[in-house]
Design a protein around this ligand. Structure first.
Ligand code: AHG
Ligand code: MN
Ligand code: MN
Ligand code: MN
Length: 335
């Protein structure tokens, strides 16, 4: 039972049934994530005052310019999870390869792997716009007691045990699911405690927001162009409202609350779009579905895709179910 204003700690204890197979391991893992998120939040809030904005001077494995906060958030999450020996492996958007965690205490006995986008929307840091963190948790498939392998990370999204995001916004929130609905917790920064502020988050029945980088319009597939025209048409409850922050976490969070669709299609310059299947699309798809929405690559359910590499990208359409179905219809009609 989700009781408004209970703390995240209380919620986890009261909802142990969600974690029944984990013997406390998954609860400890969520606890570590909430702790690391507080540290990142503290740093994000100081951006502008201390030398934490701007480029770190490195290019990550995705070919992106790493921001200082990308590096800080990545190190913070990895260190927090590694020192506590809570998971057996971590894969991050900011690292070329996955990390094996085989400390003395855990001896490869932990059951979970974490995949993480430590700082999402990093191009927005310097202009004081909300950024986030996205995480996805799986049970390993290789035998406990041995080092994790690539196949532990390359599981389809429908095998996720839990997923969530943190939004460092006007307030900081942790939103997550273990497959029993979606709950959102707001951080009280004075106390350092997260309180259940958004129990059982669900998309409103109808959505009227579309979120896409329209600067890429000329490069989109015809079906996506047609759907955008449909959104803009003055008919029934349209035109829809266009809202695009450029931070996936913030765009999806808004659309869950207000109702809408987020789109990052493929284009003539980026064959699979931009978003990463493992760190961004799968966790957001799990959350969206648990909130009564849907997520697709235009043809198939995102969570049914079998990943072939860690940093794989996929076209992404996520939001209210009927909006996702409508864009799929346009895409498939134009083929
Ligand atoms: P990240 O900062 O983790 O690399 O992710 C950036 C992503 C996502 O947050 C956002 O929705 C998208 O990039 C925006 O891309 P465009 O600037 O191409 O619209
Ligand atoms: Mn990035
Ligand atoms: Mn991202
Ligand atoms: Mn990122």
């Amino acid at each position: 039972m989700a009781t408004k204003n209970q703390t995240l700690g209380e919620f986890i204890i009261e909802n142990q049934a969600e974690f029944q197979y984990s013997s406390g391991e998954l609860s400890r893992l969520i606890n570590s994530i909430r702790l690391a998120a507080k540290m990142v939040n503290h740093e994000v809030n100081k951006a502008g005052l201390v030398d934490i904005t701007g480029s770190a001077g490195n290019v990550n494995t995705q070919g992106e310019d790493q921001q200082k906060l990308d590096v800080f958030a990545n190190n913070t999450f990895i260190k927090t999870l590694t020192n506590r020996e809570i998971v057996c492996g971590i894969a991050s958007e900011e690292n070329d390869d996955y990390i094996i965690i085989e400390g003395q205490r855990c001896d490869n006995k932990n059951k979970y792997v974490v995949l993480i986008d430590p700082l999402d929307g990093s191009s927005n840091i310097d202009v004081n716009v909300s950024v986030g963190t996205i995480f996805s948790i799986y049970r390993r498939v290789t035998p406990v007691g041995t080092p994790v392998q690539m196949e532990d990370f390359l599981q389809p999204g429908n095998m996720q045990v839990a997923a969530g995001y943190i939004i460092y916004g006007t307030s900081t929130m942790l939103v997550y699911t273990t497959g029993h609905g979606v709950n959102g917790f707001t951080l009280n920064p004075a106390l350092g405690t997260y309180y259940l502020s958004h129990p059982n988050m669900t998309f409103p029945e109808t959505g009227r927001i579309y979120s896409v980088n329209e600067g890429n319009y000329n490069h989109f597939p015809q079906g996506v162009k047609d759907y955008i025209k449909y959104c803009q048409k003055e008919e029934e409850d349209r035109p829809y409202t266009s809202r695009y922050i450029g931070s996936l976490v913030s765009d999806i969070h808004r659309n869950i609350i207000k109702g809408g669709i987020y789109m990052y299609p493929k284009s003539s310059v980026a064959n699979n779009g931009k978003l990463r299947l493992l760190y961004e699309c799968n966790p957001m798809a799990f959350i969206a579905e648990q909130a009564g929405g849907a997520a697709s690559n235009g043809y198939e359910r995102i969570m049914n895709l079998k990943p072939s590499e860690l940093h794989e990208r996929v076209p992404f359409f996520c939001g209210n179910k009927e909006m996702v179905e409508k864009v799929e219809e346009y895409i498939q009609k134009a083929d």
